[in-house]
Design a protein around this ligand. Structure first.
Ligand SMILES: C[S@@+](CC[C@H](N)C(=O)[O-])C[C@H]1O[C@@H](n2cnc3c(N)ncnc32)[C@H](O)[C@@H]1O
Length: 258
């Protein structure tokens, strides 16, 4: 899907997207032995799903995102040791010139927007000894899950938007393999971990989740939303709760020799 996390999309994202399980945050902290002396850069921080819990474990987090509306939500959640910067993955060299070595760079559900090969090549000069990069995904997109409700949802959405919905947002095995290979090629030592848990969604949460994933110019008008929501509800045939297996993967890339 095209980029465009501004306006109402940022509001939907903030309200409806899941955060990360504590186990995942703990995993990142342990992987880089993060302490209260460390600074972390969270690229593609969005509304702060990774940055905010990480900030409670380190000296400071710099959240970086090109979308000011996402950053405004992040700032509303952030503590005093968070700072929010409008920028992209390619700003990392300029950022480290300002911060000095940081402990880690994190990317939560955002690597598919970035030039990952270029980014992985920038990690060694950016981090302190023992540091590295964590790439985290946050579940399979709602329209691609292996469940009846997800297949019905995909059918409705494909008809509505008159397009095939196949975007995995970097969560599929092939993308993960590609990222892992690129991290290794950049000289990083890679570990992968997976946390899976059972989640439940209501219809408004599914609809809000869909709107949070659309580029803002493709959001249906308020009037049309009612029609779309009716179609989805009809396809779900009165079902009220929807089970989801949420799979959160973390790729840890450590700088070699540390
Ligand atoms: C799906 S959201 C992820 C937000 C959050 N990190 C999370 O874990 O939920 C993707 C974010 O990446 C941002 N983004 C898009 N292109 C980017 C780039 N080149 N560099 C950094 N962030 C980018 C978007 O603005 C959006 O806020």
């Amino acid at each position: 899907m095209e980029l465009g996390f501004g306006g109402e999309v940022a509001d939907f994202y903030d309200r409806y997207r899941r955060g990360y399980p504590t186990e995942v945050i703990d995993g990142v902290v342990e992987a880089f032995a993060l302490t209260g002396d460390d600074v972390v850069v969270d690229l593609g921080c969005g509304t702060g799903q990774l940055s905010v819990p990480l900030a409670a474990r380190v000296k400071a987090v710099v959240g970086v995102d090109p979308e000011p509306d996402m950053l405004a939500h992040a700032a509303a959640h952030g503590a005093k040791n968070t700072t929010w910067v409008v920028g992209t993955d390619t700003d990392l060299p300029a950022l480290r010139a300002a911060t000095g070595p940081v402990a880690a760079v994190t990317v939560g559900q955002a690597l598919h927007w970035m030039d990952h090969e270029l980014l992985f090549g920038e990690i060694e000069p950016t981090v302190r000894a023992g540091g590295g990069i964590a790439i985290v995904t946050n579940g399979t997109p709602l329209w691609l899950q292996d469940s009846d409700w997800s297949r019905r949802l995909r059918e409705v959405l494909e008809q509505w938007f008159t397009t095939k919905l196949s975007a995995t947002c970097g969560t599929d095995d092939a993308s993960q393999e590609r990222y892992l290979a690129a991290m290794t090629a950049a000289g990083l030592t890679v570990d992968k971990s997976v946390v899976t848990y059972a989640g439940e969604l209501t219809l408004p949460e599914i609809v809000g989740g869909i709107y949070s994933a659309l580029p803002v110019h493709r959001l249906p008008s308020r009037e049309n939303r009612e029609f779309l929501e009716c179609r989805i509800d009809k396809a779900f045939q009165g079902q009220a709760m929807f089970a989801e297996e949420v799979r959160v993967t973390t790729l840890i890339g450590r700088v070699t020799g540390t």
